[in-house]
Design a binder for this molecule. Structure first.
Ligand SMILES: [Zn+2]
Length: 584
């Protein structure tokens, strides 16, 4: 408990003066002092101009200086708070380039099935949750993964019907590309044996042709239509809980796959001083015209809330066998996967993306299978030829979300077209348990191809896809560096040649993510003048074996110069002991 404590400087004024004269460069103008100083850190800046340092000084919401202990001592004045990092890593605040922040936040108070590994447990949790609801209220939540059930059995409505006779239920698979409805929900949504599979979706059916309750991709939309939208009050409560979680894991920026209702809540929280992470709202591409009409372009907004990015879908997911491949699935030889409905008919995605791009909006398209990734690159290529060089400031910074299984022949297109690979390293160590069963070893060799993408000069941005994966960025760093699957079966790494270094992984999770949202000049590295978003860990990540990275903890999170999380609840003590020196 005491390995981390706030550092109260007891040196004399004379010593301070001596430090002030020996420090080189970055000296504060006379009488200017920092509000917050972090000393004794292994400061990994992600700034090539000064990669390592011991200390940094913050005033207001900006980083003012980064340097040696002596250099930074010169910034300490009577009101400066000083934190001793005790030799642990000090990093730029993490920036999750792809999170479903509201879904994750809501899930914190819904049915949690992520670690339910048997039918009995699944049923028990749904029953316990349903007991707390009024008749007719929806049972929502999920996070289940049928690969964890004995025999990888797909759940059916029979698992939950008996415990939810009076409540509709919809329980998402953890990847969000499939879900389980109970009979009440199917009835409410009007889904029965006569309902055809919608384009880009599938209704799983039993031998008698009746829906089993499991619905894939576009078919899930039939149920979504029947679920009432949460009230703003409910959203606000959920987002408060989500922000709590974000502070705890050192996330200072979140690129949120979001909707208009959430934007309103973020603004409300910002006005109330309760927003402790910066948000980049990535909204549905189908609604692009509203953004074009409003004159919004990529990066519109403030340091706290920005928007101007559009999210589309090209396919489904590997786990749901809906990711789209050139070759069939090894374990489903009659299927290549599915185009998302947005790709149908041919040219539909282009018809949305091209005018949006011309208006300066950023395009981010979900693509997981090699064919889907290739098709999205083709869409970008076509936009380039029609719209010409990038209209948005600093270029257009197209993105592909996930980029999980791509063909080596497509590596080079990322750098050539300036497409950012927005990837979630944790998926590799999770899906890596069973991915080869679906796609075989050959296709797996260029799956989650971080090494190859970097070697082909592609830009990487890292995130989680929360709640699909845990929100904790340290698990992402661990995954990128080790590729050790969560079942413990690949301790040397699944496709180890695609591992990247810790420094590369940190950069993708900070500066790379900032680049992906047009904010790399404002954040993403510990550089004087940038926003003071900083995390302090409990260990020096570079000094421990890679397999221990997953156990590292965030001790302190600083956003815009404010300590918003301190694991030892010492902020109060900081305030009291913040006066180490008498005024000169
Ligand atoms: Zn996602």
């Amino acid at each position: 408990m005491t390995s981390f404590r706030l550092f109260a400087i007891t040196t004399s004024a004379a010593v301070l003066t001596a430090f002030a004269f020996t420090g080189r460069g970055q000296q504060p103008p006379s009488r200017v002092t920092a509000d917050l100083v972090i000393v004794n850190g292994k400061v990994h800046t992600v700034d090539a101009a000064k990669p390592e340092a011991q200390a940094l000084a913050i005033s207001g919401d900006r980083i003012r200086a980064v340097g040696t202990r002596e250099e930074i001592n010169a910034w300490i004045g009577p009101a400066t708070k000083v934190i001793d990092a005790h030799g642990a890593s000090v990093l730029p605040g993490f920036n999750d380039s792809h999170a479903h922040f509201v879904d994750g936040s809501m899930l914190l108070s819904q049915v949690q099935l992520g670690d339910a590994v048997t039918r009995e447990e699944f049923t028990r949790r749904v029953a316990a949750y349903a007991r707390g609801l009024k008749k007719g209220e929806w049972v929502l939540g999920g996070g289940w993964d049928h690969e964890k059930f004995p025999g990888a059995t797909m759940p059916t409505r029979e698992w939950i019907d008996a415990v939810t006779p009076d409540n509709p239920a919809w329980l998402d698979r953890y990847d969000g590309h499939m879900g389980l409805a109970n009979s009440v929900a199917l009835k409410l949504a009007g889904v029965d044996r006569n309902t055809p599979d919608p384009p880009g979706g599938a209704i799983l059916r039993d031998a008698g042709g009746n829906p089993t309750g499991a619905l894939k991709d576009a078919a899930a939309g039939l149920i979504y239509k029947a679920i009432p939208a949460p009230s703003e009050e409910r959203l606000t409560t959920a987002i408060h809980a989500g922000l709590d979680e974000a502070r705890r894991v050192g996330l200072t920026s979140v690129q949120d796959i979001s909707h208009a209702a959430e934007m309103r809540v973020y603004q409300k929280l910002l006005r109330a001083g309760a927003l402790t992470a910066r948000f980049y709202a990535i909204t549905p591409i189908q609604e692009y015209q509203a953004q074009v009409d409003a004159g919004i372009a990529a990066g519109f907004g403030s340091d706290w809330i920005r928007t101007g990015a559009l999210k589309g879908f090209a396919d489904g997911s590997l786990g749901s066998t809906t990711a789209l491949f050139f070759e069939p699935y090894n374990d489903a030889p009659d299927s290549h996967g599915l185009f998302n409905a947005m790709m149908l008919p041919e040219g539909h995605m282009l018809a949305m993306a091209q005018p949006a791009d011309a208006a300066g909006l950023q395009i981010a398209i979900h693509a997981i299978g090699d064919r889907a990734i290739h098709e999205v690159l083709t869409v970008y290529e076509e936009i380039l030829s029609r719209n010409g060089p990038g209209p948005a400031r600093g270029g257009r910074r197209w993105r592909i979300e996930h980029v999980q299984h791509l063909r080596p022949s497509d590596y080079e297109a990322f750098a050539r077209l300036g497409v950012i690979a927005s990837m979630q390293p944790y998926h590799a160590i999770d899906d890596g348990r069973w991915a080869e069963k679906r796609i075989g070893h050959e296709r797996a060799k260029s799956s989650y191809a971080w090494r190859s993408l970097l070697d082909h000069d592609a830009k990487l941005a890292f995130g989680t896809d929360w709640p699909v994966a845990p929100l904790n960025p340290l698990l992402g760093l661990y995954a990128a560096v080790t590729r050790a699957t969560v079942d413990g079966k690949n301790p040397g790494g699944w496709i180890p040649e695609q591992k990247i270094t810790l420094a590369e992984a940190i950069e993708a999770y900070t500066l790379g993510s900032a680049y992906a949202e047009f904010t790399d000049t404002q954040k993403g590295s510990l550089t004087p003048g940038k926003l003071a978003d900083v995390v302090i860990l409990d260990v020096d990540l570079f000094a421990i074996p890679p397999k221990k990275i997953k156990d590292a903890k965030v001790m302190t999170t600083v956003v815009g110069g404010k300590v918003v999380y301190d694991s030892h609840h010492l902020i109060g003590i900081v305030e009291k002991s913040a006066n180490p020196h008498p005024a000169p």
